[in-house]
Design a protein around this ligand. Structure first.
Ligand SMILES: O=C(O)CCC(=O)C(=O)O
Ligand SMILES: [Fe+2]
Length: 201
């Protein structure tokens, strides 16, 4: 009994708090989805989502967004791939948050990234977190305080993990996934958000 209990403690992977604030801060829950399910979802989404290669203006140039993206409304107007519907149901149940939209990111290799940013508060309903479900190879996220001394939290986002970031945190921290020279395979992230009605499309 004791040995089993000890082993359970050693290997249990419950949620842990990375940053505290009045809205639940930032927490990380590895092994939320088991690896077999996470890889099945990864394969289905890689193959069935209409991945877009976006470009955007930067200063006087047009640059490629260094990853593929997509997005779905969660209010019933969009038909979701089965894996996405299952992921939404699991995240909805775990968090109790009435998400309206999911943004998808596809990082093909270590050259793909998302620059440090905060999620745009004008497109989010205050009080609700942004919740990220990771699939595929792990990638490191850096969460950096905007105020000196600019504390940085680094967290390797494992397949099947959840990372929740509060709405309030978006004003105080930037987050990003830097490029890496390590050999990494592809990763998909699902970013669940609660948006005002006009932004759902
Ligand atoms: O891929 C990730 O885990 C982060 C994505 C992100 O920050 C975003 O879509 O705004
Ligand atoms: Fe973000």
């Amino acid at each position: 009994m004791h040995a089993a209990h000890f082993a359970g403690d050693l290997f249990s992977q419950g949620p842990r708090t990375l940053i505290d604030d009045a809205e639940g801060g930032c927490w990380y829950h590895p092994d939320f989805i088991d690896h077999a399910r996470a890889s099945a979802w990864f394969e289905q989404l890689r193959d069935s989502v209409d991945w877009r290669h976006q470009q955007r203006p930067m200063y006087d140039r047009i640059v490629d967004v260094p990853r593929l993206t997509s997005g779905y409304a969660l209010d019933g107007t969009d038909v979701l791939p089965d894996a996405l519907a299952a992921a939404h149901a699991a995240v909805r149940e775990r968090t109790g948050v009435p998400f309206t939209h999911v943004g998808l990111n596809f990082y093909r290799d270590g050259n793909d990234s998302v620059a440090p940013h905060n999620d745009k508060l004008a497109t989010l309903i205050p009080g609700h977190p942004i919740v990220l479900l990771s699939l595929g190879d792990p990638r490191r996220m850096e969460i950096r305080a905007k105020q000196p001394p600019h504390n940085v939290v680094r967290i390797d986002l494992e397949p099947g993990s959840l990372l929740s970031m509060s709405h309030a945190m978006q004003s105080a921290y930037d987050h990003g996934i830097p490029k890496t020279k390590h050999a990494v395979g592809p990763r998909i992230s699902l970013a669940f958000r609660v948006r005002p009605p006009k932004d759902n499309a």
